[in-house]
Design a protein around this ligand. Structure first.
Ligand SMILES: [Mg+2]
Length: 238
């Protein structure tokens, strides 16, 4: 861990998935709920397109429409609409089937359980720092019940670009009306949450809950923590 002065930091911008809560079990459950929902209402869709096939269709759509690749909501809805049409449902009802199916999935996607450290850490940190979030995912912080902790919450769908695109971090700095050097970025993904924000001029802390090795060829974050409960002490040292 490289020592770093965090004295200039006035705001902390958090990644969401796997930084404030664990996402994999949530996504697994959401897929299962969507599968049940489709089987009950539009069974020809899962019969024709099992989950693995839907995933492949989304990946293909993302490749075919790179300008939309950052927008997971669009990719998921459009794939559902195309699957509904290909499965033989009325063309004029496919968009509404896709919207309703997406809503069933999205409700489950927002049923996250914050890590035990998350709420106490946010409560303490917001007394000293302005707080923000920047996610490539489509979590809804209002539905999750965490929106009130953050002054600024941005995501790839909203911005039209995804981390590590420099414009995503610039948008956070602009929304906070701070210089990048006054912002600490905190997250679990080396490229999206460390290299990207550092290239944009921000301080960085890598959240490494799983005890992973930092990728050899990449230069390390300013500091690393196991969970965000360690941030307060880290920032107090400077
Ligand atoms: Mg993450």
């Amino acid at each position: 861990m490289r020592r770093m002065a965090f004295g200039a930091v006035r705001a902390i911008c958090f990644d969401l998935d796997n930084t404030l809560w664990e996402i994999e079990p949530v996504l697994q459950r959401a897929e299962a709920i969507l599968a049940d929902w489709l089987r009950d209402r539009y069974p020809r869709i899962p019969e024709r397109f099992p989950a693995a096939e839907m995933l492949a269709m989304r990946a293909a759509l993302s490749r075919d429409e790179p300008h939309q690749a950052h927008d997971f909501t669009y990719l998921r809805r459009e794939t559902l609409a195309r699957a509904a049409a290909a499965a033989g449902y009325e063309p004029e009802s496919c968009a509404s089937i896709a919207h309703a199916a997406f809503d069933a999935w999205h409700a489950a996607r927002n049923q996250v359980t914050p890590y035990a450290e998350t709420l106490p850490a946010l409560e303490r940190l917001k007394a000293r720092f302005r707080l923000a979030t920047l996610s490539n995912g489509n979590a809804d912080l209002a539905r999750i019940g965490l929106a009130h902790h953050f002054e600024v919450s941005l995501n790839a769908g909203l911005l039209g670009c995804a981390k590590p695109d420099p414009r995503a971090y610039e948008a956070v700095a602009e929304a906070l009306t701070l210089e990048p050097a006054e912002i600490l970025f905190v997250g679990d993904e080396p490229h999206a949450d460390v290299l990207g924000p550092r290239a944009a001029g921000m301080h960085t802390v890598w959240v490494n809950r799983r005890g992973s090795a930092w990728p050899d060829l990449l230069s390390a974050a300013d500091a690393s923590v196991v969970h965000i409960g360690e941030l307060e002490a880290l920032l107090a040292e400077t």
